[in-house]
Design a protein around this ligand. Structure first.
Ligand SMILES: [Zn+2]
Length: 557
């Protein structure tokens, strides 16, 4: 892996934080790490720098600036770092045991600068390592070497003194304690980092550049091993999957959503690598081993669904929970039994998520997982963690869907897909209004077969059809898909130009037995974002089919 260090850029970042140039450099190299998707994804990884700062009386203080939890390394700023009192945090390692909630409370009382983001869960790990700069990533190449039956032995030989191995421990106090012990017992003058089994790597150094490039040295070593064992190049299969059958996919989406308890969107993963993956003979064995790191399960669950038996998957998932916690159901733990990944040699690889953003995130996590597993299986047998450790991660790091769904107005249309048919500008304004309420929206000047296939590949179904002065034929084209919407499909006709579109759409909707609402704007009026928000409310399932009275009451006509 090539270093992206640039002296001029580094000097600019150092100058940007004049009071603490090392923090500027810390921000700079954090961004360099974040620029590598094979090192960290979506808020993963964390970095720190130790500094001497003056307090308000001018007395020098040893401080640790550590990335706050949740911020993305690729776009991190100095304000995303929390400053804590180093000695006070470091002392916590003397305790024999501490649960993570208590750890975070103790770390919070050492915060030396306000306002401060919530310090990373790995703050203690950063504090105990005796180097000015420390970085932690989830490097794919290292996981592909270590997540195998012989991984521990291979990694011991490959990294030696350079980076001693740390057994898998839950993030927080347990991991800090393990890293501290391994460092104290095994580090030599050659040590530049630690390899964390089933998790990633830590690197350190006494300058920003040395520490960053030490991480790259560890990754490069793992990449070299994979290369030498024919495991670096990913298999490709040029034969595409047949185009998705829209009704089959929409039916699968409805079943998935009902199993889950709320609507989910589906997205097809496309390309030669995905085609090769879906046709692997050892897919069941790879799936049964679980994801490359426990946190991946928050987005992709422990196993994919192979084939189409959603009910069977849900039963197995309930069993997996009950084996770890007898007498407990997934719902008791805030979980649901629906898969988030479906792999089928016929229909391809699909991910499920609650909104368009998380479809993207889930797709990227699955891609990382696929690459790690594929490479691991190319040089040895892929091996994951015991299922109990995966379930713990699902429980502790999960819950983002619940938090999103509690968002009130911004969550009203979560997990649902809208197709807006009509002229460009008004369609875009309406799409933005629906997206503000959680929906995934697509716009098109008209509906045709290709367009619907594109919609299915992107969202897996259709919940709302919006026509802006558009041809009512679109209703007939979309009716079968709308009938498979998890919360019931609905149609909204918007009339801007006295086109008579509402009346004609009402006829077509009646024929197709689908609910329709209508909104009529004064002739020649443009749809403003405020109009669009009012019109968007007519898409709520509770208001479906109230044409056109509600629109009039909403004051639009
Ligand atoms: Zn981590």
């Amino acid at each position: 892996m090539q270093s992206r260090w640039n002296d001029d850029e580094a000097a600019r970042w150092a100058a940007r934080v004049a009071a603490a140039p090392e923090l500027g450099l810390r921000v700079y190299t954090s961004r360099l790490l974040g620029a590598e998707k094979t090192l960290v994804l979506h808020g993963g990884g964390n970095t720190s720098v130790k500094l001497r700062l003056a307090d308000i009386f001018g007395a020098a203080q040893e401080a640790l600036c550590v990335k706050g939890s949740g911020s993305d390394l690729a776009q991190v700023t100095p304000e995303d770092f929390s400053t804590v009192r180093l000695a006070a945090v470091r002392r916590l390692i003397e305790l024999d045991d501490l649960d993570n909630e208590a750890l975070m409370r103790e770390v919070a009382v050492t915060i030396a600068r306000a306002p401060s983001p919530r310090p990373s869960i790995e703050t203690l790990l950063h504090a105990v390592l005796p180097f000015q700069f420390v970085e932690h990533t989830h490097a794919d190449a290292i996981l592909a070497v270590t997540n195998t039956a012989g991984g521990e032995r291979i990694a011991r030989t490959l990294f030696g003194d350079i980076a001693p191995l740390v057994p898998f421990r839950e993030s927080g106090f347990a991991l800090a304690k393990a890293c501290d012990a391994v460092y104290r017992e095994q580090a030599t003058a050659d040590t530049i980092g630690l390899v964390l089994l089933h998790h990633g790597a830590v690197a350190f150094g006494n300058s920003a550049r040395a520490s960053y490039e030490n991480m790259l040295r560890l990754v490069t070593r793992a990449e070299g091993y994979l290369q030498a064992h024919g495991a670096r190049v990913l298999p490709r299969d040029p034969a595409p999957f047949p185009p998705p059958d829209p009704l089959r996919i929409a039916r699968m989406r409805r079943e998935l959503s009902h199993t889950c308890g709320f609507p989910l969107l589906l997205r097809l993963q496309q390309g030669a690598e995905w085609q090769a993956y879906a046709r692997r003979a050892d897919l069941a064995a790879l799936g049964a081993e679980g994801p490359a790191t426990p946190q991946h399960a928050v987005f992709i669950k422990r196993e994919p669904l192979l084939g189409s038996d959603v009910a069977g998957y849900a039963r197995r998932y309930a069993r997996y929970v009950a084996e770890a916690y007898p007498g407990t159901s997934p719902a008791d733990l805030g979980l649901d039994p629906a898969p988030r990944v479906i792999v089928d040699a016929q229909i391809g690889v699909w991910v499920a998520a609650i909104d368009a953003h998380h479809l993207q995130v889930t797709g990227e996590i699955l891609q990382q997982d696929r690459e790690i597993k594929t490479r691991a299986a190319a040089h040895d047998r892929y091996a994951g963690l015991p299922s109990r450790a995966i379930l713990e991660a699902e429980i502790h790091y999960g819950g983002f869907e619940r938090r999103l769904r509690a968002g009130g107005d911004t969550a009203a249309l979560l997990g649902e897909a809208a197709l807006i048919v009509g002229p460009g500008e008004p369609a875009k304004t309406l799409a933005a209004a629906l997206e503000r309420r959680g929906a995934a929206a697509m716009t098109a000047p008209s509906v045709d077969h290709e367009g619907l296939q594109g919609l299915i590949g992107r969202y897996g179904g259709l919940d709302m059809l919006l026509l802006i002065d558009a041809d009512e034929d679109a209703i007939d084209a979309c009716a079968a898909l709308l009938r498979l919407a998890p919360r019931g499909g609905r149609i909204l006709a918007v009339e801007l130009a006295r086109s008579g579109c509402i009346a004609r759409a009402a006829q077509a909707a009646k024929r197709q037995q689908l609910p329709l609402a209508g909104a009529r704007l004064a002739a020649g009026a443009a749809i403003t974002p405020m109009h669009a928000d009012l019109i968007g409310r007519l898409c709520d399932p509770a208001l479906a089919g109230t044409c056109p009275r509600v629109a009039l009451e909403a004051g639009i006509a």
